[in-house]
Design a protein around this ligand. Structure first.
Ligand code: ZN
Length: 235
């Protein structure tokens, strides 16, 4: 399956052919739908049929095979036959908010010391958990630093390194809960120039300025060594 979102997160739709469809989901030969993973929700959207019909897609999940995406149709939808040509189209406004918040999580990573132990990107909000004993995290200071780095409009881009190169540079891995997607011979590194560099398979905006203004809404103590930082968009 060709994963178009990985090379171009801004592509909203693509032509595709149905490979298979069952109660678990619809598989296409190529897709713009990001499947849930790395703390980012799966895309929703629609598969448009050439006869004018459409199949509403409520979620996208990783399939059992490598680089496999299951497009989960709404309940009761008639499944398309293999070979059916469709236009796959994501709910772009939701995805773009997820991309902005996901990219903001990388910025947050860069300004907090401590390993990331978990995280979740939601629609308009997000959170990261850090392995940190320090309870003196300052909400306003973190908000100010985030917005400074966002306003500096740093470029965001991907590059690939081999599994061996990554194994030789364990400091690149900031997350303990989300293993980098190794095993395919190469790993995708996301770089926010001058700010953050880490393996990530998610979708990101091209520049930090696109994130827009954010604020830390809450800092929670989730156990002795675990601090949860919650963010939301200001607008
Ligand atoms: Zn990412």
């Amino acid at each position: 399956m060709e994963l178009i979102f990985r090379d171009d997160a801004y592509q909203r739709s693509c032509q595709a052919t149905v490979i298979a469809a069952d109660e678990h989901g619809i598989r296409l030969d190529r897709t713009v739908f990001y499947p849930m993973g790395g703390g980012q929700p799966g895309d929703s959207g629609v598969l448009r049929l050439h006869d004018g019909g459409e199949i509403r897609i409520v979620d996208a999940r990783k399939g059992a095979e490598h680089e496999d995406v299951l497009h989960v149709p709404e309940e009761g939808a008639a499944l398309p036959a293999p070979g059916t040509k469709v236009t796959a189209e994501i709910d772009w406004e939701r995805r773009y908010r997820l991309m902005r918040m996901h990219t903001c999580m990388h910025v947050l990573c860069s300004i907090i010391e401590g390993e990331v132990t978990g995280g979740q990107v939601g629609d308009g909000k997000g959170r990261l958990d850090f392995n940190l004993p320090d309870t003196r995290l300052d909400r306003d200071a973190i908000t100010a630093e985030l917005n400074r780095l966002i306003a500096e409009d740093h470029p965001v881009g991907a590059r690939w390194i081999s599994d061996e190169e990554l194994a030789a540079s364990p400091q690149l891995v900031r997350t303990m809960s989300v293993k980098p997607p190794m095993g395919a011979g190469r790993v995708r590194l996301m770089e926010i120039e001058g700010v953050d560099l880490q393996p990530c398979g998610g979708t990101h905006v091209r520049r930090t300025g696109e994130i827009g203004r954010v604020r830390v809404t809450k800092i929670e103590n989730k156990g002795r060594q675990n601090r949860r930082i919650n963010l939301a968009f200001v607008d």
